[in-house]
Design a protein around this ligand. Structure first.
Ligand SMILES: *Cc1c(COP(=O)(O)O)cnc(C)c1O
Length: 399
């Protein structure tokens, strides 16, 4: 057996991008891909966005990092902007989505400690969820490919069917309801196959949380930051969480996340309860500020909604021409999923050789997550390339 210098935990493809420009990636040989994966919903402004790169360059030359032991330039300003733009009163900055979820769950647990209800330790989560890869977070999903080989895992999470309010109501009428301290849910599941929750489901969770003194936690790590055509998906639904984790798009490619909360929900997070060496450092805050400059305007959100409609229509028109391969399209804004009749991973790999990058997801879905800055020409090019790939593609024979 021979080990590679980088742990072989990813099934990597052969593409090695060395440069990006807008919605395109290039390798050293000059091959070009239309990037409708955007680093899995990270590069929301595309590659090499002039405002984002300029701000990061200036901040890197001025001050890259100081410890959270000091006042950190930019941190309060970004937090104030996010407070003004959301339900939240306060937040903690992290370096990843996983850490934002970690902080969200700690905030909920600390809330119940401070509120004198420490028996409410259990968090209800949902089938096919993806909340990150830490030892705690692989508990928060039923997906065996993430949990397998790591058991035993602590029993703090109960996984119920997604978008099935009756199942949650039944649990909350049962013998373990008194243990439930929170509901953790992606308003639009990403990795689980681009499944938007229904408004009734999210409102039902809100009502149950209120009735039982539990907290509603939204994982907007993938669906947040303008992806759905609202700055955050909860705004699209009109259902407000108590705690929300964000990451991916908020740095536009710089690794940064945040856990946002109401004052009420954050009451247990006092001095000494949490920390991070890098979280919210000046460079990260510069990146967040630059992304917000671009995305947090009514015009930009309108652009995302318009492009989302165009892209969806273009995909819908393409599907009947390849109905042996594709079933339909679902999603919100520029967070779309094409449902396939065969293995989506194999098709995503094949489409790469036709110059287009997408991401496979559960349930044989092709995730379409372009930069939010695309225009009509990219929509046309995407559908042309995907159609070319579909015409040339022979799905692997079913076993
Ligand atoms: C990507 C993702 C995470 C984990 O984020 P990392 O930055 O990879 O740790 C958590 N939740 C959702 C919904 C995600 O899409």
């Amino acid at each position: 057996m021979s080990i590679t210098p980088v742990m072989p935990v990813y099934g990597r493809c052969e593409v090695e991008p060395v440069r990006g420009e807008g919605a395109y990636l290039y390798d050293a040989a000059g091959n070009r891909w239309l990037d409708f994966a955007a680093g899995i919903a990270v590069n929301c402004l595309g590659h090499g966005h002039p405002h984002l790169t300029k701000i990061i360059q200036e901040q890197a030359a001025t001050l890259m990092h100081v410890s959270n032991l000091y006042r950190v330039p930019g941190q309060t300003a970004v937090a104030e902007r996010l407070v003004a733009l959301t339900f939240a009163d306060t937040m903690f900055f992290t370096n990843s989505g996983a850490e934002a979820i970690e902080c969200a769950v700690k905030t909920a647990r600390r809330f119940h400690f401070a509120a004198g209800t420490p028996e409410k330790f259990r968090i209800l989560t949902f089938k096919n969820a993806f909340h990150g890869r830490t030892m705690m977070e692989i508990n928060a999903t039923d997906q065996d490919k993430m949990r397998g080989g790591f058991e035993p895992l602590p029993d703090w999470f109960t996984v119920l069917p997604f978008d099935d309010l009756a199942a949650v109501q039944a649990f909350m009428a049962g013998p373990n309801a008194h243990e439930v301290g929170g509901f953790l849910v992606e308003p639009v599941q990403g990795e689980g196959g681009i499944r938007p929750a229904s408004r009734e489901f999210l409102q039902g969770l809100r009502d149950l949380a209120d009735a039982h003194g539990a907290l509603l936690i939204f994982d907007e790590v993938q669906c947040g930051v303008a992806r759905t055509g609202e700055l955050f998906a909860y705004q699209h639904y009109g259902v407000t969480p108590d705690i929300m984790a964000i990451a991916k798009g908020i740095g536009g490619g710089f690794p940064v996340g945040a856990c946002l909360a109401t004052e009420h929900a954050a009451q247990g997070m006092v001095i000494g309860t949490h920390g991070s060496t890098y979280g919210g450092n000046p460079l990260a805050m510069a990146a967040c500020g630059a992304v917000l400059d671009v995305v947090a305007t009514p015009e930009f959100l309108e652009h995302v909604r318009r492009m989302g409609d165009r892209l969806r229509q273009a995909i819908e028109q393409m599907i009947p021409n390849h109905d042996h391969l594709f079933k339909g399209v679902r999603g919100v804004g520029l967070m779309l999923g094409i449902e396939m009749k065969s293995d989506s991973r194999a098709f995503v790999n094949f489409a790469r050789s036709h110059g287009v990058l997408t991401v496979a997801a559960a349930d044989n879905v092709v995730r379409v997550l372009p930069p939010l800055t695309i225009d009509e020409s990219h929509v046309r090019e995407f559908v042309e390339r995907l159609s070319d790939a579909a015409r040339a593609y022979a799905p692997p024979l079913a076993a």
